[in-house]
Design a protein around this ligand. Structure first.
Ligand SMILES: *Cc1c(COP(=O)(O)O)cnc(C)c1O
Length: 402
């Protein structure tokens, strides 16, 4: 062990030896970005501090305001979504909050697609309502046709999902953007289920695009993160300030993991889609299944739109209703399946299943759930990238047992 206490006459003191080691490490040229696990950054002198403020992006000050790892994630998703800038957030919920805060203040009103992630509607109903931001829910069929009927004097925006949760309805983004803009509203799109591999909402006129990075972008069920991308530099700057001042920004370690996942996004999503198509076809043929929801099936009401908007890819999520539309039948199916563990999230490389009525949409009333078609026997599969034959064999035996 190195002797740290007794310093010989000709040796440098401990502190300066550590500094020279630090400088030596600075000259290492890593191929990928290291994790900058630091909460704060050093400045040489006051001139450098002025450079930080004078040349935005040239230096770092404090990790809540900006960190090389979260910037790398934000810039990578900005490129994928073809936007102007982004903020990486501590979760998808933080991303929705940041997106809504970009356009809304007390007294404002939001239009939200009735088919929406349960957390998004709970945020609006239970928390933003306390801050004086109100919401109306727009039935799927009225998102493009009859939006004006829902508008109030202080309506600011329309929030919808490219592919909805859990029934996988596909929003016509071009028509939604036209309808929203004609009424002076911004369009905020949750692109979590589609990913930029399928759909680029900015191309259809969206103003903000957000993701739960927790899902496909990171893709390995080991990160909780979010991101919001803006179409304009002005909105990107607003997002950055909102992220910093509300303290929504993402940590270096989580950012690094998300960036690593992102590198295989295209390969993973293509594999998810191939498997999901095979799964949907098997489900559609099985007598234990009452109804299948997958945009890739010809029977899906928005199949053509989904094909156009998704570049002939239809995503990795498949929902179905058991013919025996009961909780008992769902539990039987869960116990019988070996490859689809009940884990209420989605989009990991390993398959899983979720139960919308009991998890993501639990906060809704029974009446709201019935209206959306979220019944007792509805199961949502997140189809992974395993061998197709193994997934099909498992599903067939689990359904045979029903
Ligand atoms: C999971 C999810 C969210 C919330 O993201 P978190 O990372 O869990 O906070 C938002 N929208 C959709 C569509 C989701 O699936």
């Amino acid at each position: 062990m190195e002797q740290l206490v007794e310093v010989g006459k000709n040796e440098k003191p401990v502190s300066s030896r550590l500094i020279s080691a630090n400088q030596r490490f600075m000259q290492i040229n890593p191929k990928i970005t290291p994790i900058y696990q630091t909460s704060v950054f050093k400045f040489e002198d006051l001139n450098e501090l002025e450079l930080y403020f004078g040349e935005p992006g040239s230096r770092y000050l404090y990790s809540r305001n900006g960190n090389p790892n979260s910037d790398e994630l934000a810039e990578a998703v900005t490129r994928l979504e073809k936007g102007a800038g982004a903020v990486a957030t501590g979760s998808g919920m933080a991303a929705i909050f940041a997106a809504l805060m970009t356009y809304c203040a007390a007294g404002d009103h939001v239009l939200c697609a009735a088919d929406i992630y349960g957390g998004s509607s709970s945020l609006l109903d239970q928390e933003l309502s306390r801050l004086g931001i109100t919401v109306s829910y727009v039935p799927f069929d009225e998102l493009t046709e009859n939006l004006a009927a829902h508008v109030q004097p202080r309506t600011r925006l329309l929030l919808c999902e490219t592919i909805s949760n859990p029934l996988l309805r596909v929003a016509d983004l071009r028509a939604a953007a036209e309808a929203a803009h004609a009424l002076g509203l911004k369009l905020v799109v949750d692109n979590t289920f589609a990913t930029p591999v399928l759909t680029h909402p900015f191309e259809y006129g969206a103003d903000l695009v957000m993701h739960s990075v927790t899902k496909y972008l990171a893709g390995h069920s080991d990160v909780t993160a979010g991101v919001v991308v803006a179409r304009t530099p002005e909105d990107a700057a607003r997002l950055k300030q909102i992220g910093t001042l509300f303290g929504l920004t993402l940590s270096p370690m989580e950012s690094w993991l998300a960036v690593r996942g992102l590198k295989t996004l295209r390969l993973r999503v293509e594999a998810h889609c191939r498997n999901a198509e095979a799964v949907a076809e098997l489900l559609a043929r099985h007598p234990a299944v009452g109804e299948v929801f997958y945009p890739g099936l010809n029977s899906h009401p928005q199949h053509l739109l989904a094909a156009n908007q998704g570049g002939a890819l239809f995503g990795g999520m498949v929902s179905f209703r058991l013919a025996d539309d009961t909780t008992e039948a769902v539990s039987r199916f869960m116990r019988a399946s070996q490859r689809f563990p009940f884990a209420p999230s989605l989009a990991g490389v390993d398959s899983s299943l979720s139960y919308p009525a009991g998890t993501s949409h639990r906060a809704l009333t029974e009446e709201q759930r019935q209206k959306l078609g979220i019944t007792a026997g509805l199961v949502r599969l997140s189809v992974g990238i395993e061998l197709t034959t193994e997934l099909l064999a498992d599903l067939a035996q689990a359904l045979d047992a029903n």
